[in-house]
Write a protein that binds this ligand. Sequence first.
Ligand SMILES: [Zn+2]
Length: 78
Amino acid sequence: MNEKCCPRCEHQSILRPRGFSDQATASLVTWGEMDKKVVGQPICDDCHSELRDALIEHLRASTEKELEAGRAKNKRAS
Ligand SMILES: [Zn+2]
């Protein structure tokens, strides 16, 4: 087993490079989900699923906000 210390959670685990887009990575850093020092580094499976869940969660929240704003606008227009 090729276990290393994960730069994010500091657990011994198998680390793999993760293909988050630049935009997703920037967002994760902005939200405090990912430390700048972790950017571009391989991380463990647990961290990867946490970050992926965080991305989905934040995207859903902002989409809902946009939908609400859109609805409010439509209401005012009619
Ligand atoms: Zn980790």
